[in-house]
Design a protein around this ligand. Structure first.
Ligand SMILES: *Cc1c(COP(=O)(O)O)cnc(C)c1O
Length: 485
């Protein structure tokens, strides 16, 4: 199927607006007007609908197939939360609705949702206050680390470094650098956790804090986390919790209770919203009392008369980090999801996420090297090192799975494991689906022994088969898609 631009036929229209018969107020000055028409494709409405419907059917999604992409929590999102996000009273709300004469905001319902969402997040994480504004996990990290920097500045602390374990998600070091810090990287021991001995050597008064994912990207919960936070706090450092994959601990453990000062939640991973391909997201950030003065503005407050308002009066705030109140529709979905599941439902979420991952770990370790052979949390990390010796690499296995109708797991991450395959089955998958995946992984291993060559031009079932990755990087031609049949 060609690009919509290639299908353009001069003069085709969806519909034509009649010529305006009222005067135009505030005509745009001619120097701001374009000289000729914008080269938009010209098509009928039906052609446009067919084009995009056909494109959408080339999508791979949780709604169509199994999607065990580690560290991404690609789980099923109930349609109920979608319907809540579409309630016209919310969907058509304008953020600049005027206030009533008595100064009250007209957006009471939305503010109520944001206010309660903050309380739910506090209850789930054990922290004292949340901002709902950050627009994704990485944006939440930046917001959190900016607050850490504001804390140190206010106290006159001379800080230079943020400690990040080598297994961290790439956004952690990137965040710390953008916020103006340098990174101290701590290696992983053979048990899959941060090396405490090396950590001890690296902690100095110049350490601003640590960013920790727990369970980390190996899916392992670091049981020394209380000791680690004591060590960091001893130099007035702060503990940042990367809570992107919170389905590992919901209702079981609260970061605020185990020494963390600040964290983000990826609502789009843990609390529903179809995500992927870069968005959309929402990354609420929670803090304890130490960091509360620095939260971004505005903040939603409840007044004595029970109405809700926006308060901007926080002189030490780091300021604005997003327009208006963040990705409100995502927060609304998350709010509906939390009410739908309730406390017991959230605990079950974690139970199933962890059970499913351990089932995969236990079954697959017969054929694949398990990176760290111990109880894991929401994901399990394998190495295809045995298969690689036969010439079949993690990437080849990933491509094979595509032909079996499954999204590949995350490969070559975490960087600490050679030929890594990181599987996050999530809590929403049935045993039968996971068994099909295990069967496919076994079949890939069989084939790696009998017929390793066949892997090299997989996948065969997709619009694009195996691209020449070197050429794609050096000689990128986006019009390539126009040549798809
Ligand atoms: C997904 C993820 C992030 C980044 O979240 P985005 O919403 O993609 O910016 C950070 N840390 C971990 C551990 C993650 O899994």
């Amino acid at each position: 199927m060609g690009l919509i631009f290639e299908k353009s036929v001069s003069g085709r229209r969806g519909y034509l607006n009649p010529k305006s018969d009222v005067g135009v107020k505030g005509e745009i000055a001619s120097k701001y007007k374009r000289g000729k028409d914008c080269p938009f494709p010209e098509q009928t409405e039906l052609d446009v609908v067919r084009h995009y419907t056909a494109l959408s059917q080339k999508n791979f999604s949780v709604d169509t197939n199994f999607y065990p992409l580690g560290s991404c929590t690609m789980k099923y999102n109930p349609k109920f939360t979608e319907s809540v996000a579409q309630i016209p009273g919310f969907a058509q709300l304008h953020p600049l609705l005027p206030q009533l004469k008595n100064g009250e905001e007209l957006t009471q319902g939305a503010l109520h949702v944001l206010y309660e969402m903050e309380q739910f997040c506090c209850a789930i994480t054990g922290l004292d206050a949340f901002t709902m504004q950050p627009l994704a996990g990485a944006h939440g990290e930046l917001t959190g680390v900016m607050m850490m920097a504001a804390y140190h500045k206010a106290k006159g602390n001379k800080k230079k470094y943020i400690i990040v374990p080598d297994a961290a998600h790439g956004t952690n070091p990137a965040t710390a650098i953008i916020a103006g810090y340098e990174i101290i990287s701590i290696p992983t021991t053979k048990d899959g956790v941060m090396d405490l001995k090396i950590l001890k050597e690296k902690i100095t008064d110049e350490v601003a804090g640590m960013m920790l994912t727990c369970p980390d990207t190996h899916g392992i919960f670091n049981s020394d986390v209380d000791k680690i936070s004591e060590m960091i706090h001893a130099v007035d450092g702060l503990m940042y919790y990367d809570g992107a994959n919170l389905n590992a601990i919901l209702g079981r453990c609260r970061p605020g209770d185990i020494g963390f000062d600040v964290m983000h939640i990826n609502t789009h991973k843990t609390f529903t919203t179809p995500h992927g391909g870069g968005g959309p997201g929402a990354g609420p950030v929670g803090v304890n009392k130490k960091l509360m003065p620095y939260l971004p503005i505005s903040r939603v407050i409840k007044k004595a008369n029970g109405t809700f308002a926006l308060n901007y009066d926080y002189p030490n705030s780091i300021g604005y980090i997003a327009s208006f109140y963040g990705n409100f529709a995502l927060l609304l979905r998350a709010y509906a999801y939390l009410l739908l599941l309730g406390k017991e439902g959230l605990i079950e979420t974690t139970n199933h996420a962890v059970l499913n991952a351990n089932y995969v770990r236990q079954r697959l370790k017969e054929r694949y090297t398990i990176a760290y052979d111990r109880i894991c949390m929401h994901e399990a990390v394998f190495s295809a090192n045995k298969q690689a010796e036969r010439g079949v690499h993690a990437l080849d296995i990933a491509k094979y799975l595509i032909d079996q109708g499954m999204h590949p797991p995350t490969v070559y991450f975490p960087l600490t494991v050679k030929e890594s395959i990181m599987v996050e089955p999530t809590e929403t998958e049935a045993k039968a689906t996971i068994d099909d995946f295990i069967k496919a992984m076994f079949a890939a291993d069989d084939l790696s022994q009998t017929n390793p060559e066949i892997f090299h031009d997989l996948p065969k079932t997709t619009p694009i088969t195996r691209p020449d990755e070197v050429r794609a990087a050096r000689d990128l031609n986006t019009n390539f898609f126009g040549k798809l049949s």
